[in-house]
Write a protein that binds this ligand. Structure first.
Ligand code: BGP
Length: 482
């Protein structure tokens, strides 16, 4: 165990810290063709991000049923309430509201579903945190328009947001415009609805698509502030501290370039204009963006806070022949000092403190950790006749990360909250497996689609309940919790 994990944490979590959990519609709801929902890109991704899309929906897509949250939301939200959640981050499926994306009128049945979810949250005093677009672009916008490469998507997205703000604005204060917006660089289909593999996409088209998303984000941030004076709008970034593999200046410089690729998204969202290093990348690569005066104006509507997912740090090396390892959206050069999860994602709690400090110093905006957790193979056992999972490994993972959040707060960073990823077991985004479980709540469903869909509390359920009840005071300082 490293040194930092045995240091005492130096301060409590602040008052009003938003403890909770997070999910995404396509990984949890199921009911993929119910309630007037149209198809989304996820309905043609039966094997997850890492495999090419299919022509149409196929029965082997676990997301068609997922964990059936569409019908079981009340039971699930009651379990979140039992853990004491202050906040629940969920996404709205764009194709439930606008089935084809370009429809003139919204689908009322889709809106009614989210009304019911909000009712349930309100009943339990849980604050909603809504991701407007989480890897679920309506399929029609991908196939007929080329996804975000097409400027027309700005208008469709604006129309979608206007409906959400008008209908839910009095009930939802916290909004995120695009999940992991920087992931489009690596995964243009899942992230930007662009029906081309990364290798088939020019830098010109990629950055034009990114520009459209950024303009859309700025525009709806302005709209949100106009329609909902108390609203807070955040951007959402895949966070990964980039360490040089060695102290060689070449490795340090390479790490800087890789970090810039992600920083750019936060820089634009927080400063309202393109950073110099990205303009230089455009010059060096012959990228000439179509940017209007109105676009520049739209970009100046900066976000209220920065949210991010954190699963791992990565290393960089100037030696391009070193093979990269697996990871969330982007893998990196493996760090020889770290261990990895069963899916090969390296585990680095201290990296979370590093990235919080880094983002806070860079942007001086409140930060919200909206994804963090351990995808692991769980084994259901019976304790006193009740099915459960003895997931001490998950408790340890989360405990060690929360210790580092507390350290970062003590360092002076302003952190609004923490929503653990997949607070209930869901279908994985990367590999479409149910066996990659993140939850405090076990869902009886298997990779082959069998299972009762029953929910069971894991050991971590009680642990997280105690964490929240004590406002983080039970987070220990790296001593084994098992
Ligand atoms: C992020 C996504 C989530 C989520 C998470 C874990 O990239 O925002 O949707 O799934 O990663 O990834 P996976 O499901 O592949 O384990």
């Amino acid at each position: 165990m490293s040194q930092a994990m045995t240091k005492p944490a130096t301060g409590p979590f602040p008052d009003g810290f938003l403890w909770g959990g997070a999910t995404a519609a396509n990984q949890i709801e199921g009911a993929y063709a119910e309630g007037g929902k149209g198809l989304s890109i996820q309905d043609v991704m039966p094997k997850g991000i890492t495999a090419p899309p299919t022509e149409g929906p196929t029965d082997d897509n676990l997301k068609q049923v997922a964990i059936d949250f569409y019908h079981r939301y009340a039971e699930d939200i009651a379990l979140f309430a039992e853990m004491g959640f202050k906040v629940y981050r969920f996404s709205i499926a764009w194709s439930r509201i606008f089935p084809n994306g370009d429809d003139e009128q919204p689908n009322e049945e889709g809106l009614a579903f989210y009304e019911r979810v909000l009712d349930e949250l309100e009943k339990h005093g849980i604050e909603p945190l809504v991701t407007i677009s989480h890897y679920e672009t309506p399929l029609n916008l991908a196939r007929s328009y080329g996804g975000w490469t097409n400027r027309a998507l700005i208008g469709f997205y604006e129309r979608y947001c206007r409906i959400l703000f008008e209908r839910f604005g009095s009930r939802v204060k916290y909004w995120l415009t695009f999940n992991e917006i920087n992931s489009i660089i690596h995964e243009p289909f899942v992230s930007g609805g662009i029906p081309l593999p990364r290798q088939g996409l020019t830098e010109q088209d990629l950055y034009q698509a990114i520009h459209h998303e950024l303009v859309a984000s700025g525009r709806v941030t302005r709209m949100a502030h106009g329609l909902m004076p108390d609203a807070q709008v955040g951007c959402m970034i895949v966070a990964h501290p980039v360490y040089p593999l060695t102290p060689s200046p070449d490795d340090v410089e390479q790490a800087m370039h890789t970090a810039h690729a992600s920083y750019a998204f936060g820089d634009i969202h927080c400063r309202g204009e393109y950073p110099g290093y990205l303009l230089r990348h455009f010059r060096d690569n012959g990228v000439e963006l179509d940017v209007t005066e109105q676009d520049r104006e739209d970009l100046r509507n900066t976000v209220d806070f920065v949210s991010f997912s954190y699963y791992m740090s990565i290393c960089e090396s100037a030696d391009a022949s070193i093979t990269k390892g697996p990871g969330n959206i982007m893998g990196g050069v493996p760090n020889p000092t770290l261990e990895a999860s069963e899916w090969g994602w390296q585990i680095d709690p201290q990296g979370l403190r590093v990235i919080i400090n880094d983002y806070w110093e860079r942007w001086q905006k409140p930060l919200f950790i909206v994804e963090n957790g351990l995808g692991a193979l769980d084994v259901l056992v019976e304790v006193d006749g009740v099915p459960t999972v003895e997931d001490d490994y998950r408790i340890r993972y989360m405990n060690d990360h929360l210790v580092q959040v507390r350290e970062a707060i003590a360092d002076g960073a302003q952190v609004m909250g923490y929503t653990s990823w997949g607070c209930i077991d869901i279908v994985s985004a990367g590999t479409s497996q149910l066996s990659k479980r993140y939850g405090f709540i076990y869902v009886d469903r298997n990779d082959d689609g069998t299972g009762t869909l029953e929910r069971y509390r894991k050991k971590s359920f009680g642990w997280y309940r105690d964490v929240i009840a004590s406002d983080g005071a039970v987070v220990d300082n790296g001593v084994a919790v098992a």
